[in-house]
Design a protein around this ligand. Structure first.
Ligand SMILES: *[C@@H]1O[C@H](CO)[C@@H](O)[C@H](O)[C@H]1NC(C)=O
Ligand SMILES: *[C@@H]1O[C@H](CO)[C@@H](O)[C@H](O)[C@H]1NC(C)=O
Ligand SMILES: *[C@@H]1O[C@H](CO)[C@@H](O)[C@H](O)[C@H]1NC(C)=O
Ligand SMILES: *[C@@H]1O[C@H](CO)[C@@H](O)[C@H](O)[C@H]1NC(C)=O
Ligand SMILES: *[C@@H]1O[C@H](CO)[C@@H](O)[C@H](O)[C@H]1NC(C)=O
Length: 411
């Protein structure tokens, strides 16, 4: 009986663990502020707006440097944009704590960084090479640095397996590319950038449509683009082909807003937002909402989630979303209470929840539940393919549940 009770308690605990947590799990500012040696590094994570981006991500490693190493960097008098690129090269998109660093398979590993993920880096510039060295040392160098070890592991500052590891390295990683003045926004080819980072189909669709010019015309004065990932665009393709020429253009222009919005900006200015497709009475607006640490876009037909940042440099931000944004002006039919046979899996996931409950009899097409936790990872596909670290989350999870179970059985 006691065993049963314990088992039930473990089950309910593990179920509660499975629910997505509403708040960010870590706060890099708070972690670093415990040690004044890192106050300069910490200050620049805040002013470059890297801190919220670090808090939003999971399975990462922050390579911090002390104030002396930061003053070497600051003595170069770089622009804030360049400092942001340099520091984003110090955020590895994989979890490396002291133990893992000293146990790297084959003695060397290549880690993708946030610099690589934001699309500012070309070629191998966004990768950091980690190498186990003689005498228990661990060396770090940017992959484009000709193989010289630039910095070594000093100590672990904090570790929350497998969400975030904060370590100290001996000096700033030198990277001519990160230090170069950031290109002006008008020099950024937005379709090429989207193509390279998971939004190829959206970029190609845009290039074949007059809407592309609308986006280009707005870059200089401030533009935020929400580009659906390739899987979302593939699923949406039959519906897109069905639209009139004007409808296609509006649909594409609906994925941009004519102002620059950082993630913190989107979070703090929630609400109805006009888009590039808005034209007087044709509202074509959507609602920006927070969902825990995520930002979601609600169109009355779909709720899409921001899953990746491709670029975020005033006046241009491009975010990847996990669904095509369907404006009610073009897809009113989907709102009708009697569920028309859905042509694709996406249409089903997007039909109002109430209609699913009322009509039990017709066999529902395969479900793609939009709110299940399983839905969350597929957005970060770009990251996972480069760092292959997603499995550590799961591993940590099972370990937590198992150890909790063990604790209960001992009671
Ligand atoms: C890791 O992050 C997840 C998601 O944000 C959170 O639910 C979990 O509690 C975090 N783990 C720890 C040990 O803080
Ligand atoms: C993180 O911690 C800092 C300093 O303690 C605090 O000012 C900030 O509001 C925190 N951020 C979040 C998102 O909780
Ligand atoms: C990292 O750099 C070392 C030294 O240049 C090199 O031998 C190693 O192959 C590199 N590792 C990777 C994964 O590229
Ligand atoms: C951007 O790159 C695409 C190829 O991805 C090219 O077709 C297009 O002409 C470029 N646009 C500009 C403005 O250079
Ligand atoms: C295409 O439009 C027609 C007429 O509006 C509609 O009946 C059909 O379901 C649409 N097909 C798709 C794939 O949306």
């Amino acid at each position: 009986m006691q065993l049963l009770l314990a088992a039930a308690a473990v089950l309910s605990l593990s179920l509660s663990l499975l629910l997505p947590s509403p708040t960010a799990a870590h706060n890099i500012t708070r972690i670093l502020e415990k040690d004044p040696d890192f106050s300069t590094f910490n200050h620049y994570l805040t002013v470059t707006q890297l801190a919220p981006e670090i808090n939003r991500r999971e399975t990462i490693t922050v390579c911090a440097v002390d104030n002396a190493a930061m003053s070497d960097l600051l003595s170069k008098h770089l622009s804030l944009g360049a400092i942001k690129n340099v520091l984003s090269l110090h955020v590895l998109l994989d979890y490396f704590d002291a133990k893992k660093l000293h146990q790297i398979t084959d003695g060397t590993a290549l880690a993708a960084t946030m610099f690589q993920a934001t699309g500012s880096a070309t070629g191998s510039a966004g990768f950091v090479n980690i190498t186990d060295l003689k005498g228990g040392k661990v060396g770090f160098s940017p992959q484009d640095n000709g193989g010289d070890i630039s910095a070594t592991f000093v100590k672990s500052i904090d570790a929350i397996p497998y969400n975030i590891s904060v370590i100290q390295i001996s000096s700033i990683l030198p990277s001519p590319e990160a230090e170069a003045p950031a290109p002006g926004p008008s020099q950024i080819n937005i379709t090429a950038l989207m193509s390279k980072h998971g939004c190829k189909i959206f970029a190609e669709t845009l290039l074949a449509n007059p809407a592309e010019k609308t986006f280009e015309d707005n870059v200089e004065s401030g533009l935020t683009v929400f580009c659906p990932g390739d899987d979302a665009m593939k699923a949406f393709s039959p519906k897109f082909k069905n639209l009139t020429a004007a409808g296609k253009q509006s649909l594409l222009e609906y994925h941009g807003i004519p102002i620059y919005q950082s993630i913190p900006g989107l979070k703090s200015s929630n609400g109805i937002t006009n888009t590039l497709a808005t034209d007087g009475a044709s509202k074509f607006s959507f609602d920006v909402k927070n969902d825990g640490s995520d930002v979601t876009i609600f169109t009355k037909i779909v709720t899409a989630k921001i899953v990746n940042t491709l670029v975020d440099e005033q006046p241009l931000a491009i975010y990847q979303v996990n669904k095509v944004l369907m404006p009610e002006e073009l897809f009113k039919g989907v709102l009708s209470p009697s569920p028309a046979p859905a042509p694709g899996p996406e249409a089903d996931a997007e039909s109002p929840k109430s209609s699913k409950k009322k009509h039990k009899s017709p066999p529902a097409p395969p479900e793609a539940p939009s709110d299940s936790p399983a839905d969350a990872p597929d957005g970060d596909v770009a990251d996972q393919s480069t760092n292959g670290a997603a499995r550590f989350n799961g591993g940590g999870f099972v370990a937590v549940i198992l150890s909790l179970g063990f604790a209960f059985l001992q009671l």
